[in-house]
Design a protein. Structure first.
Length: 299
């Protein structure tokens, strides 16, 4: 997954004696070394996760793998489908003009197949989230905010009911505002294809397989992903600013169970640090983040 340079020794630093300018310089030096790591792990994750999910279909339909075993695997696959594309959205694998740019874009598209989401649609709306985090007018993710966990789950379940589309409207508004409405066609095509596949499977006698390998996992993922990637690291969502709009937190499921979002504050500060290296970056940057006023929730 790449080697991290060890040429910055922070163990003997007296952080309280450093000026704001010195803290700024040290912060950027530490972050810089993590941004230079090639994210091999997330590339393997993205392609392998989609391959495993796709392989469940012939295995189940040919009665090689019992559906009750395939179902929890499918739930895991769909919940894990977003994050590899998230790194690709930020061009962490390769920026425009790099010889591996094709790999960056391929990963972004392929990893999202189980989650039935268009890569460019998510990229452009996600950029608007970064640019306007917690802004009640401009943040596409703002509707996910809730005063507590119970209200979050209530809101997200109600939003799935007919006529509840406020969050989608914010995404469309963001695309209109940034002149990226052309990607809405991709979202429509993917959603129609998804529904047609489910209908054909059900019509062919595979309704239960379609439900447990795709529809139900999608419902779980559409609660799990907004919870850990949006609500938890931004709660209560009342402040804006570089060091104020995102929190660190301790999850009962640990860093793996929370999809690495315990250290989401690092991602908002330095979006080009690979997901798998945000914990290490957090540990080094923690003394600086405390002095910058970040809410680290005791992590």
């Amino acid at each position: 997954m790449g080697e991290v340079r060890k040429d910055i020794n922070t163990s003997d630093i007296n952080w309280d004696e450093m000026s704001d300018d010195q803290l700024e310089v040290m912060e950027r030096k530490i972050a810089s070394k993590y941004m230079k790591i090639f994210p091999l792990g997330i590339i393997i994750w993205g392609f392998a996760n989609t391959f495993i999910w796709l392989s469940l279909w012939p295995l189940v339909l040919m009665n090689i793998l019992p559906l009750w075993i395939a179902f929890p695997i499918a739930v895991l696959n769909v919940c894990l489908a977003y994050l590899p594309s998230h790194d690709a959205q930020h061009s962490i694998i390769a920026r425009k003009g790099h010889k591996l740019r094709w790999l960056n874009e391929l990963l972004g598209h392929v990893s999202l197949i189980p989650f039935v989401a268009p890569f460019r649609y998510l990229r452009y709306t996600h950029f608007e989230h970064h640019n306007n985090a917690n802004d009640p007018e401009l943040d596409p993710d703002f509707d996910v905010h809730a005063k507590n966990r119970a209200e979050f789950f209530k809101k997200i379940i109600l939003r799935k009911q007919p006529g509840q589309g406020a969050q989608k409207d914010r995404y469309i508004d963001a695309l209109i505002r940034t002149n990226k409405t052309h990607v809405m066609k991709e979202a429509i095509i993917m959603r129609v294809a998804y529904m047609l596949i489910l209908y054909v499977l059900a019509w062919s006698g595979y309704a239960l397989e379609a439900a447990l390998l795709w529809w139900v996992p999608m419902q779980v993922a559409n609660i799990y992903i907004p919870y850990y990637l949006s609500w938890k690291p931004h709660h209560p969502g009342s402040e804006m600013g570089r060091y104020k709009d995102t929190n660190a937190f301790k999850s009962l499921l640990g860093n793996i169970g929370s999809s690495g979002m315990q250290y989401h504050v690092i991602h908002h500060l330095y979006p080009r640090i690979p997901l798998m290296h945000t914990p290490a970056a957090f540990r080094e940057l923690r003394p600086i983040l405390i002095r910058k006023g970040c809410d680290l929730r005791g992590l």
